[in-house]
Design a protein around this ligand. Structure first.
Ligand SMILES: *[C@@H]1O[C@H](CO)[C@@H](O)[C@H](O)[C@H]1NC(C)=O
Length: 391
């Protein structure tokens, strides 16, 4: 009797444990992540496990890390929800329903989504207003084959999950300005995204390739920028941080470059930095032709836990520095916990201290071990999540 009773209690106890394990949300969550087969990075982990993300798109604004901080200025009560339903473009009189109307004409806080897959050919560069989010999740949006994106004297902007490619140089002309007024715009190079005197800009999960000039330029006093989870490929000049050697306002530039996937077929500038400071962490470099990290005018760079895979032929050296300048001694390129494959090498600055990013609490994130870089960057680029609920 006694042993039977104990057995009965034990069985029920075990059953209770099984029930607890199977039905707690934590277990379900772990199961879901396992289904996805991914080890997500801290940005993605913040919103992707939520299968209802379409209902809670604005959650994304709380997920950013690095110098951009959190994007909570882009959400809240007064937010306008705008849906692009028309892929046409009119640079001077944008029609309601087009991307340009949402991004340049609307001056309030706006969250832009897209009704369906779209190929948008911009007739002039798109000047994005402050407090604008462009969110391409759930559909496939290409901005390609002519003018591309420009952020000119604007702040608090998110660009997410867009494919931008085959961007071409533009002749001077008139265009709807970021202030909702038609303005004159000079000659513009063929970059995918160009920042001019812009701050607090988050560029996340975009796929950028094959443009006439570069893929991403951060220039003329732009700062507080995070470039994360993007896929950069098929390009000569990839990313420029700092306008030109003489532009000293870029001394204060601070940029975070994290969880990006560079390659295949990228030649140089991943990034090339002038004057300011860049924290380049947990990125995957699939080769380069000239170099991966370069600069001039005494920039500081902390390269942390990146995976550099040198090309089979060509330069094995990750870095490049412009020599013959007066302040070249101030050059600071530091490598911490990086990994090198195929004979890759990194010419570090000797002596001195590695400059810390000095992130605030909301900017800071844990840089992961370089062994995890492949999985942390596995879903870089624009998402293909149109058919399933999980992105
Ligand atoms: C962080 O603070 C230290 C100490 O003040 C300083 O030396 C370093 O340059 C700072 N880093 C940046 C990126 O400003």
């Amino acid at each position: 009797m006694v042993s039977k009773g104990t057995n009965y209690v034990l069985q029920h106890f075990l059953l209770a444990i099984v029930i607890v394990i199977f039905f707690t949300p934590k277990y379900c969550f772990a199961k879901k992540s396992k289904l996805l087969g991914l080890k997500m990075n801290v940005i993605d982990q913040c919103w992707r496990p939520n299968s209802e993300w379409r209902k809670y798109r604005q959650q994304l604004a709380t997920c950013s890390v690095g110098y951009v901080g959190k994007m909570t200025n882009n959400i809240g009560k007064s937010l306008i929800h705008y849906k692009v339903i028309d892929s046409n473009d009119d640079p001077i009189n944008p029609k309601p329903g087009t991307l340009r109307y949402g991004a340049s004409v609307i001056q309030e806080k706006v969250w832009i989504t897209f009704q369906k897959d779209m190929n948008i050919i911009l007739l002039k560069p798109l000047l994005i207003s402050s407090f604008t989010t462009i969110d391409g999740r759930g559909v496939e949006v290409h901005i390609a084959n002519n003018a591309c994106l420009m952020i000119f004297k604007a702040t608090n902007i998110i660009i997410h999950s867009i494919k931008i490619h085959h961007c071409k140089a533009q002749t001077p002309g008139t265009v709807m300005g970021p202030n909702g007024k038609v303005t004159h715009l000079g000659q513009v190079d063929g970059d995918a995204i160009r920042l001019v005197t812009a701050s607090k800009i988050w560029i996340d999960h975009n796929t950028l390739y094959n443009c006439e000039d570069g893929l991403l330029d951060v220039t003329r006093g732009s700062t507080d920028v995070t470039i994360s989870n993007n896929w950069f490929r098929e390009q000569d000049k990839v990313m420029l941080l700092g306008h030109d050697d003489g532009y000293v306002r870029d001394l204060n530039m601070k940029v975070t470059v994290v969880y990006n996937h560079f390659g295949p077929n990228c030649n140089q500038r991943m990034p090339r930095i002038r004057h300011g400071y860049a924290h380049v962490a947990n990125n995957l470099y699939l080769g380069w032709m000239q170099y991966a990290l370069g600069g001039s005018m005494g920039p500081s760079l902390k390269s942390e836990a990146n995976l550099f895979i040198a090309p089979k032929i060509g330069s094995k050296e990750v870095t490049w520095r412009k020599t013959g300048l007066t302040n070249e001694d101030k050059w600071e390129f530091h490598s911490v916990r990086d990994a090198f494959e195929n004979g890759a090498s990194f010419a570090v600055t000797k002596g001195g201290r590695v400059p810390k990013p000095n992130y605030s609490k909301e900017q800071s994130f844990k840089v992961r071990d370089v062994k995890l870089v492949r999985s942390l960057t596995q879903s870089s680029g624009a998402f293909q999540c149109s058919r399933t609920s999980i992105c």
